[in-house]
Write a protein of this length. Structure first.
Length: 259
């Protein structure tokens, strides 16, 4: 009898897993006169609105890595939306091209923030989204973008960044942050200066922002990206321990702030 009950339980779990399926779709939206193609992922076996996460891509653009993280969040029950910060779903693979595209966005902070806010608004309008329970996360350039979103006073509950540059906010921008903030930083990241880290932390401390800054020993830039070493730059390397620990910290943050 015990064997039969166990077998039935396994079958039930298997059937439940089979019913759960992550759906994805491209959502076209406008910011000014430019068209953008975001990437939505959600588990269609979950009924009704649920907590949501907007994901901001690395400087490469809206590539498979950003989509992978978006789907990972959907598998955990969140509705996730990967924003398109460059337009038309563009992405590149050469650091020179990526630097040019990211630099163009960074050069106009007003445009940068408007694109981030627009992506958040698209997510809020999705029927699967609970607009009162939203987080923003980002990798590299996307982490900086998540912070720029926070600097606008956007109504998000949590912000998490991974190997991101840390743009120093004005005091007014720091005071506008509504979210709890998690910064996952590579302790040996040569791309982010200690001066910028200190300035960032000082502004958020003065604004009494709930900030958790974590520096992972031995980790450099792009430590969450498994193929980051393909570019031959020793300053961009995957670190399995830092990747797994930072992801676990993100999930703890989402659980505490969204659920």
């Amino acid at each position: 009898m015990r064997v039969l009950v166990t077998s039935l339980a396994i079958l039930a779990l298997t059937a439940s897993a089979a019913m759960a399926e992550v759906k994805t779709k491209v959502i076209e939206y406008q910011v000014g006169d430019q068209s953008f193609d975001g990437f939505l992922a959600y588990d269609d076996s979950i009924k009704g609105p649920r907590p949501a996460v907007v994901v901001f891509h690395e400087w490469w653009g809206l590539n498979d890595y950003a989509k992978k993280r978006t789907k990972m969040l959907a598998e955990l029950g969140y509705v996730a939306f990967a924003a398109d910060m460059y337009g038309d779903g563009q992405f590149v693979d050469h650091p020179k091209d990526a630097g040019q595209m990211a630099g163009k966005v960074r050069a106009n902070v007003d445009t940068w923030q408007k694109r981030a806010v627009a992506a958040l608004d698209v997510l809020k309008k999705q029927p699967q989204c609970n607009p009162d329970k939203i987080a923003a996360i980002g990798y590299c350039f996307g982490g900086s973008t998540a912070l720029q979103l926070g600097y606008t006073g956007a109504d998000v509950d949590a912000i998490a960044t991974f190997h991101a540059a840390l743009p120093t906010p004005t005091q007014e921008q720091a005071d506008a942050i509504e979210a709890k903030v998690l910064i996952c930083h590579g302790a040996d990241d040569s791309f982010v200066s200690q001066e910028s880290i200190d300035a960032f932390q000082e502004k958020l401390k003065d604004a009494e922002v709930d900030l958790n800054f974590v520096a992972f020993p031995g980790a450099v830039h792009s430590f969450t990206v498994e193929d980051s070493g393909k570019h031959g730059n020793p300053g961009m390397q995957y670190n399995k321990e830092a990747d797994e620990k930072s992801w676990a910290m993100l999930l703890d943050l989402l659980k505490s702030e969204l659920n």
